[in-house]
Design a protein around this ligand. Structure first.
Ligand SMILES: [Zn+2]
Length: 142
């Protein structure tokens, strides 16, 4: 992947993740935000679409969920997002109620099934519950 396409992908992934969904396709705005000219932006976006990393439809840009995982990664849950989830869940494991342990982010819809790093899809979980649940939905686990 070219450097420009890589930068653009990370910008789009970040906006989609923080905004909890697809973003509107405004090429000048997006190009400006990654310091690319509109023609360079179009070329980079085309590269991302061809690589099946980004989807553009009905005036909206999104990232391909299953591909997003490898490129964006579960390690890349932004600190602000993590903090928001922990505050919402009162720093408590949502599964066993444990508070006295380091908490991790569990994906309600597992990453392997296309679950994204969004506030709606993340809950606070202790390490034990997180590993026991693994790549299952809550219904399949409990
Ligand atoms: Zn737990």
């Amino acid at each position: 992947m070219s450097n420009g396409a890589y930068r653009l992908y990370h910008l789009i992934a970040q906006l989609v993740v923080l905004g909890d969904g697809p973003i509107s396709y405004r090429e000048r705005g997006l190009a400006g935000r990654c310091n690319q000219t509109v023609p360079a932006f179009r070329k980079n976006l085309r590269e991302l679409i061809d690589a099946d990393l980004v989807i553009v439809e009905s005036g909206q840009v999104s990232i391909t969920p299953t591909r997003a995982v490898t490129a964006w990664g579960r390690e890349h849950i932004p600190a602000a997002l993590r903090e928001a989830v922990l505050t919402r869940d009162k720093h408590t494991c949502v599964y066993c109620g444990d508070t006295d342990c380091p908490l991790e982010m569990d994906h309600v819809i597992p990453v392997s099934r296309g679950g994204l790093n969004t506030e709606r899809n993340l809950v606070a979980s202790c390490g034990r519950c997180n590993r026991e649940k693994g790549a299952r939905l809550v219904e399949e686990w409990i």
